[in-house]
Design a binder for this molecule. Structure first.
Ligand code: ZN
Length: 322
């Protein structure tokens, strides 16, 4: 089965900007609020559609339903594609939020999943900031008091956004992105977000956006404390060196900085490739696919051979379901 590339689903939200077009080549219009490009999605609010080739116009849901052996290999029993892959352009603060874990998510919607997520920063302004977790020692009582008093900022673990950093945000972690950040996001296939605080802003209808303090408080793990960027683990596969950024129960993220061609080690599981920088071709037993900066490709689990041919130097994320 050939390598799949999907039509990006561009989402306009008021905190977005223009970098999805300007820096990643996504097809955006003339507005100034392009917030998310859903690269691989299997959600009621966004289903990826194959952009070209033998499966053109098929949705990811169709592929999971009809071609699960080829697409998902050892994970063929899954009813839904397990990962949601996006690019995000935060041009303003996103709301302060938290996602439930799997068990908590089912209490709100039996069809929903929890959301562990990870970010890889592609571009950041010098003063861009991220909220990742709470400061050490902040209890539920402290947090609720600060939330009521309008001083919640004092409880938040803020870190500068640095290009190349990867931040793994487990479910139940309070988080937010500040202005000036472009990133790649890997997450569980879930669209369940509870907003704690919206920095006193009004929505496009002039009303404050809905917040969910009760649900959020029920989800937060107050033992977690501050969440720091990951320390990449350096790995080698003979002459090719790469990094493992995240390994959790839901996804593994590897990063390849490369100039010379290399083979991916395949094992009856799909691979998601996100080309963060440069140009390359991926050659498999089924086809050759050109990748430019911002392209996301899905190698079906049935792929037996995949060679990456960089043109110059590249940065490539490889994502798999464990
Ligand atoms: Zn989130």
């Amino acid at each position: 089965m050939e390598t799949l590339v999907f039509e990006p689903l561009i989402k306009q939200i008021r905190w977005g900007g223009r970098k999805l077009g300007d820096l990643l080549g996504k097809a955006i219009g003339t507005a100034g609020d392009y917030a998310e490009s859903w690269e691989i999605a299997d959600q009621p609010s966004g289903r990826s559609v194959v952009a070209a080739g033998a499966y053109k116009k098929m949705t990811l849901s169709d592929l999971v339903e009809n071609l699960s052996d080829d697409l998902l290999g050892r994970h063929h029993a899954m009813q839904q594609f397990p990962l949601l892959i996006k690019y995000l352009d935060a041009n303003d603060w996103l709301s302060l939020q938290v996602h439930p874990n799997d068990e908590q998510a089912k209490e709100y919607d039996v069809n929903e999943n929890g959301k562990n997520e990870a970010w890889v920063i592609l571009d950041a302004e010098p003063d861009s900031q991220i909220v990742s977790g709470l400061n050490s020692g902040v209890t539920r009582d402290d947090f609720e008091q600060h939330l009521r008093a309008g001083t919640v900022e004092e409880t938040l673990h803020m870190i500068p956004a640095k290009v190349g950093d990867c931040i793994f945000v487990p479910a139940q972690t309070v988080h937010a992105l500040g202005p000036g950040i472009l990133l790649a996001e890997v997450q569980q296939q879930s669209n369940l977000t509870f907003r704690l605080h919206d920095w006193g802003r009004l929505g496009s209808d002039g009303q404050p956006r809905e917040i969910h303090v009760k649900e959020s408080l029920a989800c937060i793990d107050f033992e977690r404390g501050p969440v720091k960027p990951v320390t990449p683990v350096e790995l080698s596969d003979g002459r090719h060196h790469f990094q493992e950024l995240v390994r959790c129960n839901y996804f593994v993220i590897r990063r390849h900085h490369a100039v010379d061609e290399f083979d991916l080690k395949l094992d009856d599981r799909f691979r998601i490739l996100m080309l963060l920088d440069g140009n390359a071709t991926v050659s498999t037993d089924a086809c050759d696919t050109g990748l430019v900066k911002g392209t996301t490709a899905l190698l079906p689990a049935s792929t037996t051979r995949a060679t990456i041919h960089p043109e110059g130097s590249i940065t490539l994320l490889e994502v798999l379901y464990p």
